[in-house]
Write a protein that binds this ligand. Sequence first.
Ligand SMILES: [Fe+2]
Length: 126
Amino acid sequence: MIEVRDIYYCEKCGNVVEVLNSKAPALVCCGQKMIKLEAKTEDASNEKHVPYIEETENGILVKVGKETNHPMIENHYIKFIEVITKDKVYRKDLNPGDAPQAEFPIKKEEVISAREWCNLHGLWES
Ligand SMILES: [Fe+2]
């Protein structure tokens, strides 16, 4: 079942979409069903993907990689970092060369979840 905030991926063309309203039984792209991305919550390897939240003067800073930054190179990078609150979604789009982090003007207590999508390793959530 498709739900609001779910993220889907097209295995053929690489499109990634987030559901804003849920009505259809399935999402289709390139003539085939899109795959629902299941967020991973624990890093098994040395490379860190689970979003880490720090409080700042202006709100929160969400980092990908607590001690070491996740790579941000052309073929391996964090495409976006997103924070979900009770009734809002904050998202920062990133590009190769950017720092793998995003600051949002909200209190840490408001955060229900933080997630990010790595173009090679998928969706991660804390
Ligand atoms: Fe990665």
